[in-house]
Design a protein around this ligand. Structure first.
Ligand code: NAD
Ligand code: IPM
Ligand code: MN
Length: 346
């Protein structure tokens, strides 16, 4: 028997609803095998913060580190000042566990309606840098609240940080049929960081000669994601551009309820974390309306990361089959989860 220790951070809003279904599908995927999933639930998010003022303590972090992987639902709540949980919990996990590859597939499954009239075949993956950029918290505000306030958020891009994520993106591109990599940045304005990214892609390309590359400014990238998304294979970009592009990618491939992500520590010095791209959706929380599919596809990425490729393919195939027949039918969160688990069980 192989035991897998999974840390579960269900979090806030629809996070708890979608994680319950993700875990049910995971159970179905390993049922009857010699794999055993042990879950540890971590009480993190709005409830904990209101009760204790804590977001993520050193002890929480230490305990989470002892697991093989993390499944996260979503965090964030209107009752908590914006940024407290996002920075103090979610980003703290990504940074502390060195999740420098934030992998976000953009795939239009058969049977899924895109808002684009003729999307063509859409199957790309965004490699979003996960530990640097404007997310590092290198900023501040002086003369706060006065007409002379100056607020800064400095984007930090290190040669070390850019090279390791670019290398990972090249390796992924090399392993895909089209072997193409698009760098997205804004080097016409953000010249310092932009040129570092451009030089790095050029240099690392020497080690991946089969991979073709091109470059798009982020504003133009949003045009092509709408007008010609099938041109993309692997996109590599910084933390903030990647955040924005992957919500757009979700929208064109059937909606945020289907978009999965993996926060990967490729060096395996700490557990990687799997979560839907979406947030806690306070507008629909508690109503059973959330689509758990994004979480289920994130479970498939989790299985892949643990080397369980057969189980991962079974979960993805279950989602693909469900999507083919979905049409305009409306099911609750639990009904979708139940149907997916049943398909996985075979
Ligand atoms: P959101 O993703 O929570 O919601 C955006 C819209 O998408 C809403 O209309 C929501 O109802 C809908 N939606 C989201 N997930 C859905 C699903 N599974 N099925 C059906 N509809 C779904 O983004 P937001 O409203 O900008 O943010 C809400 C809170 O979540 C904020 O506190 C934000 O900081 C946080 N957030 C957290 C994460 C995360 O934990 N990884 C990600 C994004 C936002
Ligand atoms: C995401 C979210 C987060 C991000 C927020 C909640 C910190 O939008 O996972 O896409 O910006 O990375
Ligand atoms: Mn986002």
């Amino acid at each position: 028997t192989r035991n897998i220790d999974l840390a579960v951070v269900a979090g806030d809003g629809i996070g708890t609803e979608v994680v319950e279904q993700g875990l049910a599908v995971l159970d179905a995927a390993v049922a009857g095998s010699d794999l055993k999933i042990s879950t540890t639930e971590f009480d993190l998010g709005a409830r904990r913060w209101h009760a204790t003022g804590e977001t993520l303590t050193d002890t929480d972090l230490q305990r989470i580190r002892e697991h093989d992987a993390i499944l996260l639902g979503a965090i964030g709540d209107p009752s908590v000042p914006s940024g407290v949980l996002e920075r103090g919990l979610l980003l703290k996990l990504r940074f502390a566990l060195d999740h420098y590859v934030n992998l976000r597939p953009g795939k239009l499954y058969q049977g899924v309606t895109s808002p684009l009239a003729a999307p063509g075949e859409v199957d790309f993956v965004v490699v979003r840098e996960g530990t640097e950029g404007p997310y590092v918290g290198n900023g501040g505000s002086v003369r706060t609240g006065t007409p002379h306030e100056i607020a800064t958020e400095v984007s930090v891009n290190t040669a070390f940080g850019v090279e390791r994520v670019v290398r990972d993106a090249f390796a992924r591109a090399q392993a895909r049929p089209r072997q193409h990599l698009t760098l997205v940045h804004k080097h016409n304005v953000l010249v310092h960081a932009g040129h570092l990214w451009r030089r790095t892609v050029e240099a690392v390309n020497a080690d991946f000669p089969d991979v073709t590359t091109d470059y798009l400014h982020v504003d133009a990238a949003t045009i092509f994601l709408t007008t010609n998304p099938s041109r993309f294979d692997v996109i590599v970009t910084d933390n903030l551009f990647g955040d924005i592009l992957t919500d757009q990618a979700a929208a064109i491939t059937g909606g945020i309820g289907l978009a999965a992500s993996a926060n990967i520590n490729p060096d395996r010095t700490a557990p990687s974390m799997f979560e839907p791209v979406h947030g806690s959706a306070p507008d629909i929380a508690g109503q059973g309306k959330a689509d758990p599919t994004a979480t289920v596809l994130s479970v498939s990425l989790l299985l892949d990361h643990l080397g369980l490729a057969d189980e991962a393919r079974r979960v993805e195939a279950a989602v693909a089959a469900d999507l083919v027949g979905r049409g305009a039918t409306v099911r609750t969160t639990a009904e979708v989860g139940r149907d997916l688990a049943a398909r996985v069980a075979g």
